[in-house]
Design a protein around this ligand. Structure first.
Ligand SMILES: [Zn+2]
Length: 325
């Protein structure tokens, strides 16, 4: 990818900058921010015949689109606009309705074409990293939200949860399951449901654990957006602040439990939904074997979502490839 960047910088901007300026720009090294964007799954690449010909990425911390490069041979074919559109779609998944870009001078016209406007009060300044002229531009796209996204935005608004919750916690909107299958009752005798495929995987995993002498119980599985909201409202009534609540409960619309793929597991020898679950045989068994059934721990210690450590919360990835050791 660094080759693409180098080539695109040097060949695309010859008329605007001197060779020396372009070399300086192309030598700016990837930073910690670049690595963070990769971990966030926010770097997109376009390929042709196995070669990388386009890249673009989303920086969640800065709510910014960065690193749009198109291989010179592929320019002028609409690929740039497509790469911008894809990053905007990704931003929408994180509940965002606007995006900023620091446009190098030769790219300003292109971004205008993509409906980016000069940020109010912004003027052309030297970019501190590349030392080249750039202009801060912005596009708002509230009308591109999905119906679900708009519903969640309204709901966050009404419940006093910040609108940029998804971006700040690096959490994408989670759709509610369309189909559910029962997985029996939880530790309080309430019926619990999962997506049919995840339900099958749960049965398989639970039975395998049983064979090894380990009992896995259900604390919670599918939860609708409305139910997640009621959990937060209930916690508010006990005097907890929004920040305290959001550290342990995902905001409505962003909980993996909506999808029917997440399950909170407990065991007969520990209090459900407490960190001490990590000291149980059940947790040890899950750590060793859950991935064989497609389940993965979503919120390990010090996770990047700023959500408390949840040894009980396991997510079923339907594609096995994503959980290989
Ligand atoms: Zn959970």
């Amino acid at each position: 990818m660094s080759f693409l960047r180098h080539e695109a910088i040097l060949e695309t901007n010859q008329q605007a900058y001197s060779q020396q300026q372009l070399l300086q720009w192309s030598r700016v090294q990837p930073t910690k921010r670049t690595r963070t964007r990769i971990t966030d799954g926010c770097v997109l690449i376009g390929t042709s015949r196995g070669q990388i010909v386009a890249s673009n990425s989303l920086d969640l911390d800065q709510a910014e689109m960065v690193g749009l490069f198109i291989s010179p041979a592929f320019q002028g074919q609409g690929l740039g606009r497509r790469m911008v559109g894809e990053i905007e779609r990704l931003a929408i998944q994180f509940g965002m309705t606007q995006l900023r870009v620091e446009a190098a001078s030769p790219a300003i016209g292109f971004y205008r074409h993509c409906d980016y406007l000069t940020r109010p009060g912004a003027t052309t300044v030297k970019d501190p990293r590349t030392k080249l002229d750039s202009l801060s531009m912005l596009r708002s796209f509230p009308q591109r939200q999905t119906r679900y996204g708009s519903r969640i935005r309204n709901l966050l608004n009404r419940s006093g949860i910040p609108q940029d919750y998804g971006r700040r916690h690096r959490l994408r909107l989670q759709l509610e399951a369309r189909e559910l299958a029962t997985i029996g009752t939880d530790n309080q005798a309430r019926e619990q449901m999962l997506d049919p495929k995840s339900a099958m995987a749960w049965y398989e995993m639970r039975n395998a654990a049983q064979v090894d002498g380990v009992t896995l119980l259900i604390a919670s599985a599918y939860r609708s957006v409305g139910y997640q909201l009621s959990i937060i409202q209930r916690k508010r009534l006990t005097g907890q602040t929004t920040n305290e609540i959001l550290r342990v409960s995902a905001a409505p619309g962003f909980s993996e439990h909506h999808t029917g793929h997440a399950i909170d597991i407990c065991s007969p020898d520990s209090t459900p939904l407490k960190e001490c679950f990590e000291n149980t045989l059940a947790f040890e068994w899950l750590t060793e074997s859950a991935r064989d059934y497609g389940f993965r721990l979503s919120y390990p210690r010090n996770n990047r979502h700023a959500i408390a450590y949840e040894p009980w919360h396991w997510y079923h990835h339907t594609s096995k490839a994503s959980v290989q050791r």
